[in-house]
Design a protein around this ligand. Structure first.
Ligand code: SAJ
Length: 423
């Protein structure tokens, strides 16, 4: 049924998806607007970091089953996995930006033929799949689409949101259940048949709008629960209670399962997707919005804790000035044991400390070799764990990487531990 498929967008989702289809014997044409990414993939290499992906892509390219290009080519099914960021308008409630979906739709439209399936995988606000169908129909008045022709349409359209966890993508692509939201039943049926090529989880059918909302709901659920933990951490700090002990105790209740506080919520999903719900129902999304605000404010709270620690240190060491104080920041990634710095609260906190602190700043990030991030003209320089333990006066733990978990708490009271691993 599917001799050749095409994935549009060769990023964190599109490339692993393309590689896994190819691994299962289907010819895949990967399309991306970035020529550099296309060239890298055609050499059998990868431009993103994901465990196990390099080998699968290399094999797929060598076997002639995966090829990348900047220009779409005909295929039996198209999977669109392009970014859906915010519009950069500075609005109080950020609005989703669908321009990447629109250009991907308009780019594949010329090569569509009767019987093809188009699946939107990008995390999208409710209604995006219908808009995609409209853009396709606008470009191809000679073909019929489900919004006009229902089950009789030439082209089948569905939304099937990706739900894989960065760092576990290859495994979760296969084992996770998939929500398949077709614009009609036949659209869903065809999309299920496509995913069944490799998905071992269940493919659960619904409509496109519910599928869109399901994905946003999953990430908002997590955001709200992390916000609860983050708010508790601030309350406990005020009341002089160890929040991690408190959560461990409360979680012994059979129906309580509180998540872990941290320096804020990072990454490109959980900190973004809840806003898509808020933007589409601003008056009704009170809790979801408050959770976003609580999580977004947490980094600033951490920076203030560091300022207080420096002030305490100087009070106890009156012969010193701020210039003599060395601060060490442990971790820059947005979560443990990865190298991804996108929307990382740890990175932003470190940058803020670099801005206010007059003394030395040491940065320890075991998952990267060099930081390209700049503050003014100065580069953040990486230091070894050993050096920071020997020379820092204030220790700021931002990410619970395994290297830090295996380390005993620095022997000083000047520790700001946002992850509760140094007890
Ligand atoms: N975090 C906490 N405390 C916790 C759990 C997480 O502070 O108890 C923080 C992390 O440190 C990180 C952020 O939340 O900064 C997000 O991390 P995450 O591991 O919760 O999630 P992501 O962003 O890596 O991936 C999520 C996943 N969604 C859910 O678990 C509901 C993944 O399945 C989605 O596919 C992905 O978003 C996505 O692409 O949308």
């Amino acid at each position: 049924m599917f001799k050749r498929i095409s994935t549009i967008g060769l990023g964190y989702i599109g490339l692993p998806t393309a590689a896994v289809f190819a691994k299962h014997g289907i010819e895949v044409i990967g399309v991306d607007v970035k020529q550099e990414a296309v060239d890298t993939i055609n050499r059998g290499e990868i431009h993103i970091v994901e465990p196990g992906l390099a080998g699968v892509v290399k094999n797929a390219v060598e076997n002639g089953l995966l090829r990348a290009t900047v220009t779409p080519e005909p295929a039996d099914a198209f999977l669109i996995a392009v970014p859906t960021p915010f519009k950069k308008t500075g609005a109080e409630v950020p609005e989703p930006d669908l321009t990447y979906i629109e250009s991907a739709s308009r780019a594949i439209a010329p090569v569509l033929k009767k019987g093809d399936l188009v699946v939107l995988e990008s995390t999208s606000p409710v209604g995006a799949t219908e808009r995609m169908a409209d853009w396709l129909a606008e470009e191809r008045p000679d073909l019929s689409f489900p919004q006009a022709k229902g089950e009789e349409s030439d082209i089948r359209i569905a939304h099937c949101p990706e739900r894989v966890l960065p760092g576990h993508v290859l495994e979760e692509l296969i084992s996770n259940d998939r929500v398949v939201g077709g614009m009609t039943s036949k659209c869903s049926e065809l999309a299920v048949a496509l995913y069944k090529t490799f998905v071992k989880g269940e493919c659960v059918v619904t409509n496109a709008r519910t599928a869109e909302m399901a994905k946003l709901t999953e990430n908002s659920f997590r955001d709200v629960n992390i916000a609860f933990a983050n708010e508790l951490s601030i309350i406990c700090d005020k009341l002089d209670i160890d929040v991690w002990e408190l959560i461990a105790l409360s979680n012994r209740h059979p129906r309580v399962n509180i998540l872990q506080p941290g320096p804020g919520v990072g990454g490109h999903c959980i900190a973004v997707d809840p806003w898509f719900i808020v933007a589409s129902a601003p008056d009704e999304s009170k809790l979801i919005r408050a959770a976003r605000e609580v999580n977004d404010q947490k980094p600033e709270w951490v920076v203030n804790k560091v300022k207080l620690a420096v002030a305490d240190y100087l009070q106890a060491n009156p012969d010193k000035t701020a210039k003599d104080v060395t601060v060490a920041c442990y971790g820059l990634a947005f979560k443990p044991d990865i190298d991804d710095l996108r929307e990382s609260p740890a990175l932003n906190i470190t940058k803020s400390i670099a801005e206010f602190h007059k003394g030395k700043l040491l940065v320890i990030e075991p998952n990267i070799d060099a930081i390209t991030s700049t503050i003014g003209s100065e580069k953040l320089k990486l230091t070894s764990l050993q050096e920071s333990f020997e020379s820092a006066d204030i220790h700021v733990l931002l990410v619970d990487h395994k290297e830090f978990k295996n380390q005993e708490r620095p022997k000083t009271k000047y520790v700001v531990d946002t992850r509760g691993i140094w007890g």
